[in-house]
Design a binder for this molecule. Structure first.
Ligand code: ZN
Length: 501
């Protein structure tokens, strides 16, 4: 029957709760992803740049490293970042990708490393650092941050920090508000697996604070790394360009100057097979965690709704027929994640009626009831129980309601005279309700018995003839709902409602 009312109650409630924090993002640093990037960027494997397959044979700037630059640009653009090719001079090009902060976009933190090289491969120096920065860009691109993050790939570091010097000097000239620069150069060599790594800072207070942030993240994440502080640290990598222009910067990487130098340094034997992968993975986690800490992640807002519905409920492309907890990730106007949690309650109202002799029984036992006379649709005053004793021949229905939902059953015909026919009372149908297997016991053997099943709309859905039997077995797999069971013999017709679950 048609539901008489449909009412949807909507109670929106906005709550912000703990969602993704720094350690959750660090969990997304995947060694597989790092290895793939290093192999492609150091020429072990071919790579795809704008659907063209290429092999980055080297990244030596004097021999032309535009292919390496194109690889970085394609990767960063695919992440939705704003990418700038910083052509600071003929033959030299930094690759700069920006993820703007949502609260303080003028506050800038850099994560960078040089992408040029002096020989073929040069996996540790510095495909490893580039892979770390790309991994950070990949993970953070899906989230929102308070401050701006810039992912920088410096050119011509090997010729004297040329690319980063041009950039840092120009930034100081513009007055860029750079609050910190994290430099990665060689992250993957650890011959004795002691997991010692070096942090290079200088004695300026703002550089010591950068160093402290690294140590805080190391401690918070419980990384398997042993820091060795070199203060004042080396000026042999790109962080020094920022020191010289008055910007806070820190450099961390393998213990190259601290006692475990890579013997393949600046040689074509510097390949990924020399990596200590576990150590590399830990150092990248430290870099990503530090950037997330500095940039300040904005956790997604969470909105809860509760909806009660009397009918199946359409949400996006899915039709829900039973209660469910639905969770969606949406985007706010600023492009940040917003999580929508919907507690959907489908109020299940069964409008079936069971006939038991002279008694009609509403199948739903948790509703409110009003019995009706179908002859004139009048209300039977006072008949408001789940069961209804029929006193006269007629057709009856029950209006059931639960919460805001109201439904009315089909009309059920009941002839008191036939109910009282003693032959019928001896027919036994069981179980009812059932799961599609029903037994019918007849009081006496008949030459033939037709058993038929009709839907509530009167459509014949099952028919079978039994000969000279008194114990009938009817199997109707795949049927669910409210039916009429009709038993016909040469002597009588008999009908009873049947509920199949
Ligand atoms: Zn280097």
């Amino acid at each position: 029957m048609r539901k008489l009312f449909l009412l949807i109650a909507l109670f929106p409630l906005c709550i912000t709760l703990r969602a993704q924090q720094m350690p959750d993002l660090v969990d997304e640093v995947h060694l597989d992803s790092l290895i793939k990037t290093v192999r492609e960027f150091s020429g072990e494997d071919s790579a795809r740049i704008d659907s063209v397959t290429v092999r980055i044979k080297h990244r030596v700037s004097s021999r032309g490293n535009d292919l390496a630059a194109a690889y970085l640009v394609a990767k960063l653009k695919a992440l939705g970042l704003t990418v700038m090719e910083d052509d600071y001079r003929s033959g030299g090009k930094n690759i700069i990708a920006t993820k703007e902060g949502k609260v303080n976009p003028e506050n800038i933190y850099f994560y960078g490393g040089h992408y040029d090289a002096v020989a073929d491969y040069c996996a540790d120096d510095n495909a490893s650092g580039c892979a770390a920065v790309l991994e950070c860009a990949r993970i953070t691109s899906k989230h929102c941050f308070e401050n701006t993050m810039i992912f920088a790939f410096w050119d011509e570091e090997e010729r004297g920090l040329v690319g980063s010097s041009f950039y840092a000097k120009a930034a100081a000239g513009r007055g860029d508000n750079i609050l910190g620069v994290l430099n990665n150069d060689m992250l993957a060599y650890d011959s004795d697996s002691d997991h010692v790594f070096d942090i290079h800072a200088d004695t300026a207070a703002y550089n010591l604070r950068m160093k402290d942030t690294l140590l805080y993240v190391l401690d918070t994440l419980g990384l398997d790394l042993k820091p060795q502080l070199l203060i004042p640290g080396t000026t042999r990598s790109d962080h020094a360009s920022f020191w010289r222009n008055g910007y806070p910067a820190v450099f961390f990487g393998e213990s190259f100057l601290g006692g475990d130098p890579n013997p393949h340094y600046h040689r074509s034997t510097d390949r990924i097979d020399k990596f200590n992968l576990e150590y590399f993975h830990e150092l990248v986690k430290l870099g990503v965690g530090t950037m997330v800490q500095l940039a300040g992640i904005i956790p997604p807002s969470v909105e809860y709704d509760t909806i009660s519905s009397c009918d199946p409920f359409l949400h996006r492309d899915s039709m829900y027929t039973s209660s469910a907890l639905i969770r969606d990730t949406l985007k706010t106007v600023s492009g940040c994640d917003s999580i929508y949690e919907l507690n959907l309650e489908i109020i299940d109202l069964s409008d079936s009626v069971i006939v038991d002799g002279r008694t009609l029984i509403a199948f739903d036992s948790t509703a409110r009831y009003q019995w009706l006379d179908c002859a004139d649709h009048s209300v039977l005053t006072g008949d408001t129980n789940q069961t209804f004793e029929v006193a006269f021949d007629g057709a009856f229905a029950v209006q059931i309601s639960k919460g805001q939902c109201i439904d009315t059953s089909n009309c059920v015909q009941l002839l008191i005279s036939s109910v009282d026919d003693p032959r019928f009372s001896e027919i036994s149908v069981y179980p009812n309700p059932n799961d599609g297997l029903v037994f019918i016991d007849l009081p006496q053997q008949a030459e033939w018995v037709h058993v038929k099943l009709y839907s509530g709309q009167g459509v014949l859905v099952y028919s079978e003839t039994f000969n000279e039997q008194t114990e009938l077995q009817v199997e109707v797999p795949g049927l669910h709902g409210w039916y009429y069971l009709k038993v016909e013999t040469d002597e009588f017709n008999w009908v009873q409602p049947l509920i199949i679950r």
